[in-house]
Design a protein around this ligand. Sequence first.
Ligand code: GLU
Length: 493
Amino acid sequence: MSVQNNKIRVRFAPSPTGYLHVGGARTALFNYLFAHHQGGQFIIRIEDTDQARSTEESLKIILHDLKWLGLEWNEGPDSENLQDRGQHGPYYQSRRLAIYSQYAQKLLQEGKAYYCFLSDEEIEAQRAKAIQDGRPPQVQSPYETWSLEQAQSYMKEKDIKGVVRFKTRSLKKDYVVPDLIRGEVRFPSDMVGDFVLLRSDGMPVYNFCCVIDDALMEISHVLRAEEHLPNTLRQLMIYEACGWNPPAFGHMSLILNEERQKLSKRQGAVSCAEFREMGYLPEALNNFLALLGWSSPQGQEILSMEELIQQFTLDRLNPAGAVFDVKKLKWMNSVYLRALPEQELWQRVEPFLAKANLELPTEMEWRIRALKVFKTSMEVLKDAEELFRPICDKHFFISEEAQEALAWESSPVVLKSWLKNLEARAQDYMTEEEFVALQELVKNESGVKGKHLFMPLRVAVIGKPQGAELKILVPLLNLKSLIHRAQQVLNRY
Ligand code: GLU
């Protein structure tokens, strides 16, 4: 794309506590697109300080799904061996604890933070009182005025540890975020009280790690979900206290369901893996996610990754909530699916067909022919299962609904004529025209027409009276199968 611009550095910072949510995938995508449009770097940082909830399993899933989407990163954990890759590591917060502690010490020494020994009960009592008095429930710590030495000797004497709180009392002003997506957002400093940086066990809190990491990793732009907007005030305070310029911020719109509520798994799929398993293509999912809160300058709907990178600028991000319209995603998927060359499409459907217990001819010519027929009926890859099943099922079943057509007086005549004419053929597969001619022959021989002709024939081909048109299906079945199927139906009499 454009020239290498090492100054542009963005990151996606997942917590490995679950799967990759489509909202997270969109955040990663927007960061990726911005980095690539600008010739910058895209970094993955693992926010795993919640050690009880973070798992390697989840980390692997998240990295795998990012790779599946094609959102490769320049720095971060290696997707194979999970080791750090890049010059700004470690990329796991759990491996950066000494760094956070060092910065906390610095703030303590400079009097910008202090040790606090309030118990949970005392904090709760303060909260309750504040609420009763109609004040914001902020901590008023008596330890705020203690000197560091005083706090240290207190801890030694009592053999206890305190939390490290950030001092906000002297910061009386409005903090302004020139948000790249929402415009100027103003936060009065008294929206927050003295907040915790390090817990008493030494574990840092999200807002503290995030600032230290973004600064040390030289992140130029923080593009993240809207729900993090309120965190930005605390983060700006920490930047200021550390003497660092904050990065540029952009908070992306929420993703809503069709009822305009926050997308939640109670109403359907929300993880990237679920969409993959349903047979969505990564290129379609990317395209769809890109249009949740961003639009192309020409209003283009179908955009390849190259086009997205080329056209992606932050000024086209929309702050309003974006509706996740599954119907549109399906449509988009079918567009991508139909545009794939059959050979490639086969590679994509094969894992789905493999799970469906089918007997698939091995010749590529057949596979391509079958996909040419079926792909217009497919919206997701998984649809292939039911499209291929009637012709490739390992066992030929004659359905219950077939009984009616088989019971007609004229049906055995039709079926016998069909079998006789099949047996007279030599060629393995027949063309559509040959089938139409054969059907005409059966009609003339049996003197049966209309549904009394078509329905028993359909049963003799796919075991049931409904389904795709026979002239489409028959050319996909070889002579041996057609004969075998016809014989089985005739054996019913
Ligand atoms: N770990 C945070 C999350 O998963 C990232 C927050 C951020 O991007 O600053 O929401």
